[in-house]
Design a protein around this ligand. Sequence first.
Ligand code: MN
Length: 291
Amino acid sequence: MRIALFDNYRIGIINGTTIRDVTNVVDKRWHGTPYVINELIAHWDELKSAVEAYVRTADEYPLAEVRLLPPIPRPGQLLAAPANYHAHVAEMTTSRYAPTSPQALQSPREVGFFVKASGSVSGPADPIELPPMPGRAFHHEVELGVVIGKTARGVSRERVRDHIFGYLCLLDITLRTEGKRQEERTMRKSFESFTPIGPFILTADEVADHASIGLKLWVNDELRQEANTRNLSVGIDELIEQASHVVTLQPGDIYATGTPEGVGPIEAGDVVRAEVDGMGELLLPVVERKW
Ligand code: MN
């Protein structure tokens, strides 16, 4: 199923070029709030069959006539893997923005995950807003995002898939600085609009093998990143196992699994397009932030 959020926090099931409103399967007190989707995910076992039944007669709209929101506007936790594709690590080692910290290019197996502010999440057509910070560059990173379904605490990697609700296309926009005076990674990746997600969540039952998913990113129609999750240094099962031994993962949490090679700068006026196999496309204008 392709589950999206639209207009005034309506839950929609996308089928081709239409979307059907199934918000009513979730308790009314969550309607009109961004948490309606967290609630659906948390109670998916009980609600899935209700969604499947309700969607047949639900109000239907052309996809082009609704405004798609980030499918999970308020993930409780937004975790991310650093340096998780070998070719990306190689390109960063020789980059002018090469990190000076000795941990920075080690794999998540060695150094674990980092955290992005949940407030950095934005929607599938929302502009990426670059803050006015002279001398800094802003890089695109396309990634597969994993959406947690069932609470995960101390989960072994063999059981991880039982805790995954679905997947989505995600960008991890990153401020980069040359030299030693680099800002905290958390802040560099947490500016508002620096985590575009969507346009929908693809439920896990439609993904045969999450270790074989292609992803691509273009800037102004020029292909910049193209890779497959089979090239991840540390696979998804191990990433989630590790994170679940650090902190309990909750329904609606998102784990960004790392970016492949080809990262590069974006500037106001650019258009960024990204797609993950079967998970639709983000289409994002880049603008200067106006305070
Ligand atoms: Mn990243």
